[in-house]
Design a protein around this ligand. Structure first.
Ligand SMILES: Cc1ncc(C[n+]2csc(CCOP(=O)(O)OP(=O)(O)O)c2C)c(N)n1
Ligand SMILES: CC(=O)[C@@H](O)[C@H](O)COP(=O)(O)O
Ligand SMILES: [Mg+2]
Length: 650
């Protein structure tokens, strides 16, 4: 494979491809040319939209080989995470639509069942592909479908427990199942952990194939160097069973390491295993993240996720932020706390740069732990650290923390352990869409006995919440904050712990009270302005806590206003529900008092910019004002209405 530094636009072979069926009629030489065109086309497309480029570039040859050898969509091709599936999208009828990738109304950045019959299983969270593939393989034996199942999983995704749970099951079930391990030694950062070392060790061995009967049969059909490699492997494995791969011990036939960019060799191997496999097979392909595009290959993160860029030079188009990102503010505040308190440690599940803990690790390298994509382990590991008396901060995106719910309940909450949860990407995140929306954490944390749950209204509040969490030693505590830039508010020199369960009033009014939990506070203030222009006076308060609630504040707002509107960047069952429960229990809902709880609507909002998504979710200022007026009129409000339904009251 030649390194293409200048993406040229002539793609005569790709232009003829209407579906993967065409690949099965092509010569290997033409498939090699196609891969080159596909790589250049992918670069050109993603240059315009941004997206997860590096991962796709690493699997261009694998994508071509799989579609050329297997009978997709009858055979089920399942991409783990789905962030590396852009070349797959281009080959499966979505080439033109790539211009809309991750844009409002456009293609998803991941695989999605609703988008194409070539996406048999949707993804975005990692390490689900082997389980899903085994599901398809098992359904096949009941007569549901008749194709093969092929899971393509990265070395980073292999660090998650689910991958082992699936292999453990697949290895004993013995169903015909293909797993292609795409090993580029990269997660978002370089891959970590003992398993990553095992993969490296496998790469230093001669190419080998598994030792079972099926693979003996296959050996004669394999290309060099696999034929001789297989013979050598047989001797080596026979002499020293301990040197064979973990996969073989788990019941898989292991083929590898294979050069994942050598398309003729990939084609030969896939054709062979497709002909002879009668159980689970793992093909270990060695690839380079960002392969074939020098700017990506030479960058530290291999262009894992990029905004738009100049395809010729790779120069990223960067807009100048007007305020520091919440993530950065969190990282700096945590560094400051750690400077003062030797018990503070930080944990990330493979998201060091995303959570800002890369910054923390520069200041306190021995106190930052990247556990790999292993959110469940991260939480219980933190619980162990807390049980020993340390102050662990688990920095995990809201959406990925969902993975660790039982650990949160069983290992942290029931034991009342002071694990600090720094929940990044709270609320709607934009281009990554519903799979990555931080919608549920408030609901699933604030119903846990003994938990303290906070949301920062701005980045100064975030600094104080980091200090609050550091000081809070009597049980689990969480604070949430969104993706992206803060409000630009002045930051305190040092965080000051907030009294637990105390909100604050931002602006006093008479008629309507907005009680905000999180960064919609600014929208509440704008809504108050809208109402003021209509002759209504509104109080705006920042609840800060969903648990424990500031009961004094809530009761005061309820008793001194005609309507109380709660607002949050989360699904129903969260902050507003808790306020309602409290007021109901206190008998405050029995009279004529109006209350509305504004949450994310009860559907998964499709990807767009966060502001458009909030607009559609009915959480922008005009909708808040609208809801307030409607509540005074005794009307039902329509959440998720795209346009403001403001009406003048006289
Ligand atoms: C459960 C979960 N945690 C974290 C992530 C964030 N994430 C997306 S891709 C990725 C790295 C995946 O590495 P790998 O599987 O090796 O694929 P590569 O990007 O190297 O192609 C991570 C950590 C995720 N999608 N799902
Ligand atoms: C594919 C994936 O899960 C991550 O790469 C994610 O897209 C990162 O999101 P942020 O850009 O918000 O860090
Ligand atoms: Mg990888």
């Amino acid at each position: 494979m030649g390194i293409a530094t200048k993406p040229e636009h002539s793609t005569p072979i790709l232009d003829r491809i209407k579906s993967p069926e065409a690949l099965r009629q092509m010569s290997d030489a033409d498939l090699v040319r196609l891969a080159d065109e596909l790589r250049r086309d992918t670069i050109a497309k993603v240059a315009a939209t941004g997206g997860h480029l590096g991962s796709t570039l690493g699997v261009v040859e694998l994508t071509v080989a799989i579609h050329a050898v297997f009978d997709t969509p009858r055979d089920k091709l399942i991409w783990d995470v789905g962030h590396q599936a852009y070349a797959h999208k281009i080959l499966t009828g979505r080439r033109e639509a790539m211009a809309t990738l991750r844009q409002d109304g456009g293609l998803s950045g991941f695989t999605k069942r609703a988008e194409s019959e070539y996406d048999p299983f949707g993804a975005a969270h990692s390490s689900t592909s082997i389980s899903a593939g085994l599901g398809f393989a098992t359904a096949r034996s009941f007569g549901f479908g008749d194709g093969d199942a092929i899971a393509v999983i990265g070395d980073g995704a292999m660090s998650a427990g689910m991958a082992y749970e699936a292999m453990n099951n697949a290895g004993t079930m013995g169903k015909r199942l293909f797993v292609i391990l795409n090993d580029n030694e990269m997660s978002i950062s370089p891959s970590v952990g003992a398993f990553s070392k095992h993969l490296s060790a496998l790469c230093t061995q001669a190419p080998a194939i598994g030792m079972d009967v099926m693979m003996r049969k296959a050996a004669s059909m394999l290309p060099e160097p696999f034929k001789t490699g297989a013979a050598r492997a047989r001797q080596a494995v026979g002499a020293l069973a301990g040197t064979s791969s973990l996969f073989e011990h788990m019941g898989f036939s292991y083929i590898g390491p294979v050069d994942g960019h050598d398309l003729p060799q990939l084609l030969a191997i896939l054709r062979t295993v497709r002909n002879v496999a009668d159980g689970p097979v793992l093909i270990h392909a060695i690839t380079r993240k960002g392969a074939g595009y020098a700017p990506a290959e030479n960058s530290a993160d291999k262009y894992h996720g990029v905004g738009s860029f100049d395809a010729e030079t790779g120069a990223l188009s960067k807009s100048k932020p007007s305020a520091p990102a919440y993530t950065k503010v969190f990282a700096k505040a945590l560094c400051d706390e750690a400077d003062r308190d030797p018990g503070v440690v930080a944990i990330t599940a493979a998201m060091a740069s995303g959570t800002g803990l890369d910054v923390f690790s520069q200041a306190h390298p021995e106190r930052m732990f990247d556990v790999g994509i292993a959110e469940q382990h991260a939480v219980t590991f933190a619980a162990g650290l807390a049980a020993a008396g340390m102050k662990p901060f688990c920095a995990i995106y809201s959406t990925f923390l969902q993975r660790a719910y039982d650990q949160i309940v069983h290992d942290v909450a029931i034991q009342g352990l002071p694990v600090r949860f720094a929940i990044d990407r709270a609320g709607l995140v934009g281009a990554d869409g519903p799979t990555h929306a931080g919608a549920f954490d408030v609901a699933y944390l604030s119903n846990l006995p003994g938990f303290t749950v906070m949301a920062a209204a701005d980045e100064a509040e975030l600094v104080h919440m980091v200090a609050t969490a550091t000081a809070h030693d009597s049980g689990p505590i969480a604070f949430r904050y969104p993706r992206g830039e803060g409000t630009g508010v002045a930051l305190p020199e040092r965080g000051t712990p907030i009294p637990i369960g105390k909100g604050r009033v931002i602006r006093e009014g008479r008629d309507i009270a907005f009680l905000s939990f999180g960064t919609r506070l600014g929208e509440c203030e704008k809504a108050a302005d809208i109402l003021a222009a209509r002759g209504l006076s509104a109080t705006v308060a920042d609840a800060r806590f969903a648990k424990p609630l500031d009961i004094e504040l809530i009761e005061r707002l309820a008793s001194s206003h005609d309507a109380l509107i709660t607002v949050e960047e989360g699904a129903g069952g969260g902050f507003g529900a808790r306020v309602l429960e409290h007021l109901a229990a206190a008998g405050r809902l029995d009279g004529s008092f109006a209350i509305r709880t504004l949450t994310l609507p009860d559907h998964f909002e499709a990807h767009a910019s966060p502001s458009v998504m909030y607009e559609r979710s009915g959480l922008a200022a005009p909708h808040l004002a609208d809801a307030a007026i409607a509540s005074l009129e005794g009307n039902q409000i329509e959440i998720g209405h795209p346009k403001s339904r403001l009406f003048a009251i006289t």
